[in-house]
Design a protein around this ligand. Sequence first.
Ligand code: TRP
Length: 367
Amino acid sequence: MDDAGTDLAESTNDASLERTQRRSDEIEREIVQDASRFRVLTGDRPTGNLHLGHYFGSLLNRVRLQQAGVETFVLVADYQVITDRDGVGPVRDRVLSLIADYLAVGIDAERSTIFTHSAVPALNQLMLPFLSVVTDAELRRNPTVKSELDATGDRPMSGLMLTYPVHQAADILFCKANLVPVGKDQLPHLEQARVIARRFDERYGRAGDGSQPVFPRPEALLSDAASVLGTDGQKMSKSRGNSIELGMDADTTAKLLKRAVTDADRHITYDPVGRPEVSNLVLLAALSTGRRPEDVAEEIGDGGGAALKKAAIEGVNEMLAPVRARRAELTADPGYLLQVLRRGNDRANAVAEATLAEVREAMSMVY
Ligand code: TRP
């Protein structure tokens, strides 16, 4: 077995990152020429309501890819909720809420397949052959597993946590996705999926006439989205209580943004390194109104924090008004949300069964 530890480490070094970025730019051009060559898999854990960080960081991009004609699978990663030791909580409600967020921002259930892990047995069955081609040592070296491990302190790590990069590989490969929109921090996961696809091919062979491997080697579509911070200047996350959720009402949004951290300098500039909190509000005002942050900052000039917050509040609330209206309609009709999910699950099952049939054939396990 080759050493995926090296592969994974390499996926984040500078030269490799530059290559990945160049390839990602090339893929963007290929999408314009022929979107039908690509199939995208993306997804989220159903752990909380989506917020502006998700909106600017990934949701807009998904809608853009969908509009460009790329076939998209959107995974509601419900089995990932049990990687840590916390109970599952109201997963069902969170799943439906996530689907409402998706549809409200413009993910189209006719064009995208929205599905959950737990409803697609054949996807999960891929875990077994996939686990057979990875070692525990390489999983322990996976940067995300490592940091999850640190975050859990002294508590023992579950087997599912250790192997969740393998599960993510199954998420990507079951539908033969060849494109995964990721941030840089997710590159090791994608590399793990590529390694698994290659090793499956080497160890178990191919199905059909043997000319094509069962699984593609999925590539990264690197996001160039500006990442927005929470109201305290830290990474936006539900657990920090610093996020503006898509489903919040306008007053709550205004209240939270009014409380956002700024600094003592009344003159507003866009300087994300030197003035992260102020710049984040500038960025929110800019992104929500489709302007350049530099222009927003200049316009506000000596208006100070109050004028800046006013601009951010107005921008965000105006941008989200139609999303929120649609979301309210959707959450009032859980039957419809379930119908969307069931349709997505049916489609994901059909695709997963077809892939598993090829896997069985490659492994000489057709009886
Ligand atoms: N880990 C992702 C999250 O926490 C969700 C996810 C699960 C995912 N499987 C994936 C993303 C496969 C991309 C590819 O939101």
